[in-house]
Design a binder for this molecule. Structure first.
Ligand SMILES: [Fe+2]
Ligand SMILES: [Fe+2]
Length: 310
């Protein structure tokens, strides 16, 4: 895992660095699940640009090598499951999805992968009309022969935690000014799932692409993502206030951050993973991956793997 170091850049939660997967020592101990989280790979088929509003130079902001290094690091530290919160591609080109599927193939083959689309994965009308994301990658990374609406995608993580993956990506003629949206059907299903899991004594972790809100410490690209918000973020904030949600995971903003929202049983961590492939010298925006330790009580620990951290 050359160039990747653990760091506690998401403060306030205890950082627990472990080598290898944790196994409960006795059946009476709560089963901790280790969930990896990456986002915003933005893999680019460089030879095809300029197109779709991007130049060839835009392709250089993200490096597949950084993403691969962090995926290898996640294998090394050991996780039970990996969630990828969208923007796998730069502009939803076919070869970009193929590369994303290749990169994530070991996780998909092991049945340890959950993926949601980002706004860049529905960048063009053609990509949406042909169901390109679902065909090539889909919710479990294995692609779908016949793409059909499939979210919420519900994934049990051990005996005590359930991941609910949602699709917030919406196509718009002006992609840089198009809001994401979960919509009433996904919101209704998510509410029902939260109630059901509570009855079963399980924690619910939500994951989708768009941010709920932006933190006060603004970076220049916040002006851009602010024009592409989650249209029904208010509904999600209300859901988090009214129903038990252990954590909410997202991407979209290429700078990791954590905020807590008031929840029914205490603060609910909203965790943005930033980008797993961002090429930058700026420490706060370095490519990174996260590992969350979860059980029925929610998030027990957060570990950051940061590319090039010293
Ligand atoms: Fe992105
Ligand atoms: Fe995005």
């Amino acid at each position: 895992m050359t160039g990747v170091r653990g760091a506690s850049s998401i403060a306030a939660l205890p950082v627990a660095r472990r080598q290898g997967r944790q196994q409960p020592a006795a059946t009476s101990e709560p089963a901790i699940v280790r969930l990896g989280h990456i986002s915003d790979l933005h893999l680019a088929d460089r030879g095809r640009y300029p197109r779709n509003g991007f130049t060839a130079k835009d392709c250089e902001r993200h490096s597949p090598k950084l993403a691969k290094g962090l995926l290898d690091a996640l294998q090394e530290v050991g996780i039970d499951h990996l969630v990828v919160t969208g923007d796998l591609t730069l502009s939803a080109e076919p070869r970009e999805f193929e590369r994303a599927a290749q990169l994530l193939e070991p996780w998909a083959a092991a049945g340890k992968l959950t993926v949601v689309p980002g706004n860049h994965d529905v960048w063009t009308e053609d990509s949406v009309d042909t169901g390109r994301f679902l065909r090539a990658v889909g919710p479990d990374g294995r692609g779908m022969r016949r793409p059909v609406p499939t979210y919420p995608h519900v994934v049990p993580l051990g005996a005590e935690v359930v991941l609910v993956a949602l699709d917030s990506a919406r196509y718009g003629e002006e992609p840089y000014a198009t809001a994401g949206r979960l919509g009433p059907d996904q919101l209704r299903s998510t509410r029902e799932l939260c109630r059901e899991h509570q009855k079963q004594g399980k924690a619910t972790v939500l994951a989708f692409h768009h941010h709920l809100l932006l933190p006060p410490e603004r970076i220049p690209s916040d002006a851009q993502v602010a024009r592409m918000p989650l249209g029904d973020a208010d509904q999600v904030i209300r859901l988090v206030a009214e129903l038990p949600v252990a954590a909410l995971l997202h991407g979209h903003r290429h700078c990791a951050f954590r905020v807590d929202l008031p929840g029914v049983a205490g603060p609910v961590p909203i965790l943005c993973a930033g980008s797993v492939s961002r090429v930058t010298d700026e420490p706060v925006r370095r490519a990174r991956a996260y590992v969350y330790e979860l059980d029925a009580g929610g998030v027990r620990g957060v570990e950051a793997l940061v590319s090039g951290a010293s």
